[in-house]
Design a protein around this ligand. Structure first.
Ligand SMILES: Nc1nc2c(c(=O)[nH]1)N[C@H]1C(S)=C(S)[C@@H](COP(=O)(O)OP(=O)(O)OC[C@H]3O[C@@H](n4cnc5c(=O)[nH]c(N)nc54)[C@H](O)[C@@H]3O)O[C@H]1N2
Ligand SMILES: Nc1nc2c(c(=O)[nH]1)N[C@H]1C(S)=C(S)[C@@H](COP(=O)(O)OP(=O)(O)OC[C@H]3O[C@@H](n4cnc5c(=O)[nH]c(N)nc54)[C@H](O)[C@@H]3O)O[C@H]1N2
Ligand SMILES: [Mo]
Length: 765
């Protein structure tokens, strides 16, 4: 696909005819239109499969078409007619394929046979499954003898609860807690922040709350692209006149207005729903300042109300009965100066006061957020500020209220629930020990950042990847790629080829698997798997499509086979029986967490999902103090190593387009932002373009403004004027990942701070 840059503003609502056209183009481009169309009708349905795109909740009473543009593209991508052919592999050494883009590599099609890297010819060659497992087993057994901690087991957030449970058990039987996952680059800031404030690592909002809320606050989440099915709930809320207040540096189309492609009225008339009622274009990294402003207004209005004998602005009864640390927090916001709040947030006091007043008028409010909060140096504190805001008016644990982190991958939250974590204190090690008769490792494992560090310093010797595209998704791409081939062993379980497979270890295997949409036949018949959605409901998922190739194996079967090949025999761990009947894996999951998964096999087909217990929803607080806790942030600065703009340093946020799912690039367009035919752009404020002596369309090289002895640069970026706050810049993930220093990550959670990278621009000749 050649770059053909074109720019034209997008003036239509999200959804609408544009969305139908986009789905149709994708389905045709990928081939297999018939099977895709049939599959789409069973997407997110009780007798069908859980969408392989995002993790948004699946209603008990689904719409006829319970899928969105993004989800339809993901389905078409999985059910493509294209296959990686043997003669293709024979004709292309990896040295050539390394010059291919992400889009081109995945565009070759689905893999159908296990591959071994042959260093002599620099090619992948097809091998049989038995040969692959035997060779992987030999390598893993040898490494285990030397040092079981030298191997990492990465998981991208898509694999089912069943596969993920087996995968974490494999790592622990192997002898480590090295279970980095995509969540480490994503909502880990949430998982670290919320246990300290409300005592649970997940959100408290469920679908029912949308029908009862009085106000919605959005922070750094691009609903129209990242979780479009939520637009239905938002549209319904807007029809009840519920205000929606949005904090986002960019005017994102889906947050501005929406036409429901499933409503004849919306499609045949110019009807569209205005989504956001007050749009605040906060500077990226400015949310700590902005939310401090909201809280300051609320606390001071409450002080005044108390002094004047007027009704309270805060929920004093809730604060007294249910919270800890209010006074210290109130003192912090009272002391914050409006000048500092305005400077850090880039918003005016008047705008923040208006938003605070909207919040104060609502008897119930919810806050929804995404990567705009979590991917900052103070990403954990960003999330805690949202929680502080909600606690001020008792907006946790009552209908219509709550906190709503919107998870990315379709089972990323569930993977953590079944033990994928590097943190031993979060894993049920005692239960695993009792159930399987072994002594699990008790020390902390490697997360994503520690895995990268280990690859760089040589202490990581092998990488096993259950899905994903680690080398593209992780920070500091160039440094990581240089070190990667030193690994002794790389094993990737995957559906397609991607960049991570192009840098094989000394011994390297690529194992092709079934996707979740495909029918999974095992000894015990067609298998069902399960996932957890963003709101904490478990869903059954049945394959509906014929597998891309009869030679493919399921992820569950592959993980079990790797375990059988590389671990000493243990009659208490029934890998083969699990492989043949996933209901037995669900029994094992229930035995490991009886309170969470009681009656799993009987209840997991509940329409709308089987709820996961959530103490905060019931105002039971599993925190240190036994109460919900206010947390005072260090200050208003979310990115201490990103200097204030004005000088030549800009703050770069890396973005997703509507034509990608993470590193899977469907096409080079971002129609909602008016960018077509290219991803090599830098969105800049017109005043910054002038100030820096640049011109529209000029090609620049971005260099990271961090002085740690490593030069990081991405060239060929086209200067593109955009409605973005001064001092901020926008570029695409993953193209800009070489600019993210590994050390530039969130305190506490280690999430790469990829929404605020300090950069300088240099004009290219
Ligand atoms: N179509 C599609 N859907 C997806 C994905 C995809 O790639 N494509 N990825 C999936 C995954 S894994 C995830 S985690 C989610 C991610 O979905 P989101 O959480 O929506 O993440 P992003 O799209 O990276 O960025 C979200 C928004 O943050 C804004 N932003 C950037 N910096 C700041 C800031 O400092 N403050 C505020 N308030 N806003 C800011 C950006 O303008 C952008 O609109 O989506 C999932 N769904
Ligand atoms: N700069 C920057 N970096 C980021 C982000 C950002 O916003 N900015 N976002 C971060 C976030 S939120 C996330 S979640 C990570 C994503 O990191 P990952 O989860 O590692 O990456 P993905 O791009 O989702 O993985 C895509 C690959 O998964 C494989 N795949 C697809 N379907 C299946 C399947 O069913 N089974 C298996 N086994 N494999 C499959 C395909 O080979 C495909 O190439 O990236 C992070 N990196
Ligand atoms: Mo994510």
């Amino acid at each position: 696909m050649r770059e053909k840059p074109e720019f034209k503003a997008y003036e239509h609502p999200a959804g609408g005819w544009g969305s139908i056209k986009a789905v149709a183009i994708n389905v045709v481009r990928e081939g297999a239109p018939l099977s895709t169309a049939q599959a789409l009708l069973r997407q997110n349905k009780p007798d069908g499969f859980a969408c392989v795109s995002c993790a948004w909740a699946k209603p008990a009473e689904p719409h006829t078409a319970e899928f969105c543009e993004t989800g339809a593209k993901a389905t078409a991508w999985e059910l493509t007619d294209k296959r990686v052919q043997e003669d293709f592999l024979a004709a292309h050494p990896l040295a050539t394929l390394r010059g291919w883009s992400d889009h081109e590599l995945e565009g070759i099609g689905r893999l159908t046979t296990p591959l071994r890297y042959d260093a002599d010819s620099d090619r992948y060659v097809p091998v049989g499954w038995d040969e692959a497992f035997a060779a992987i087993g030999t390598e893993l057994r040898a490494l285990r003898e030397e040092d079981p901690k030298s191997v990492v087991f990465y998981a991208s957030g898509r694999a089912s609860l069943e596969t993920s449970y087996l995968y974490q058990l494999l790592a622990r039987l192997y002898g480590n807690n090295n279970l980095p996952d995509s969540s480490n680059m994503c909502h880990e800031s949430t998982s670290v922040a919320l246990p300290k404030t409300i005592g649970v690592p997940v959100g408290t909002v469920s679908l029912d709350d949308f029908a009862r809320t009085d106000a919605i606050f959005f922070f750094g989440q691009n609903v129209g692209v990242s979780s479009p099915r939520m637009l239905h709930q938002l549209q319904e809320a807007r029809q009840r006149n519920v205000p929606i207040v949005t904090f986002n540096p960019l005017k994102e189309a889906g947050l501005v207005h929406f036409a429901n492609p499933q409503s004849p009225r919306d499609m045949l008339t110019p009807a569209e729903t205005a989504i956001t009622t007050q749009y605040l274009q906060v500077k990226n990294g400015g949310d700590l300042g902005a939310i401090t402003g909201l809280c300051k207004w609320l606390v001071e209005a409450d002080d005044a109300a108390q002094a004047g004998g007027a009704p309270r602005v805060l929920d004093a009864a809730f604060i007294a009965e249910h919270t800890h640390g209010f006074e210290a927090f109130a003192d912090f916001v009272r002391a914050a100066a409006w000048a500092d709040i305005e400077r850090e947030s880039g918003l005016t006091r008047a705008a923040l006061e208006q938003a605070a007043a909207t919040y104060a008028r609502a008897s119930t409010a919810m806050a929804i957020y995404g990567m705009g909060l979590t991917q900052h140096r103070k990403g954990v504190q960003n999330v805690q500020m949202v929680s502080n805001l909600l606690l001020l008016r008792g907006n946790i644990g009552k209908p219509g209220a709550g906190i709503c982190p919107v998870r990315g991958h379709s089972n990323v939250q569930g993977q953590r629930t079944v033990g994928i974590t590097e943190k031993p204190e979060l894993a049920p090690l005692d239960q695993l020990a009792a159930l399987y008769g072994f002594e699990p490792p008790r020390d902390k494992g490697r997360d994503t950042v520690a895995t990268c560090e280990g690859v760089l310093d040589g202490s990581v010797r092998a990488f096993v990847g259950l899905g994903g595209n680690f080398l593209r998704a992780a920070p500091d791409t160039d440094r990581l790629e240089a070190a990667w081939p030193r690994l002794r062993l790389t094993v990737h379980v995957t559906t397609r080829l991607n960049r991570s497979h192009m840098l094989p270890g000394q011994v390297a295997y690529v194992l092709p698997c079934l996707g979740r949409i495909e029918i999974d036949q095992q000894a015990g018949g067609a298998q069902t798997v399960s996932v957890e959605d963003s709101t904490g409901f478990f869903h059954a998922s049945d394959g509906v499509a014929t597998p891309a190739d009869p030679n493919l194996r399921s992820e569950t079967a592959i993980v079990a086979a790797i375990a059988l090949a590389s671990l000493p025999p243990n009659p208490r761990v029934p890998w083969a029986a699990w492989m043949g009947d996933y209901a037995r894996v669900r029994d094992a999951i229930e035995a490991t967490w009886p309170e969470v998964f009681a009656g799993f096999n009987q209840r997991f087909r509940t329409p709308g999902g089987m709820p996961k217990p959530n103490a905060a929803r019931e105002r039971r607080w599993n925190t240190e103090s036994g109460k919900a806790q206010f947390i005072v942030p260090d200050g208003l600065v979310a990115n201490p190593d990103t200097p204030e703009h004005g000088a030549d340093v800009l703050r770069l946020m890396t973005l997703r387009s509507d034509d990608q799912f993470n590193t899977t690039i469907y096409a080079l367009d971002d129609r909602f932002r008016g960018v077509y035919g290219t991803r090599k752009v830098l969105l800049l404020n017109a005043a910054d373009i002038a100030r820096l002596g640049l011109a529209e369309g000029a090609l620049v090289r971005a260099e990271t403004a961090v002085d740690d002895g490593h030069r990081r640069a991405v060239g060929g970026l086209r200067v593109t004027p955009y409605d973005i706050p001064p001092g901020c810049a926008g570029g695409y993930f993953p193209e800009c990942n070489p600019l993210v220093p590994l050390a530039h990550h969130a305190e506490g959670s280690h999430v790469p701070a990829s929404k605020a990278i300090p950069i300088r621009l240099h004009l290219e000749a």
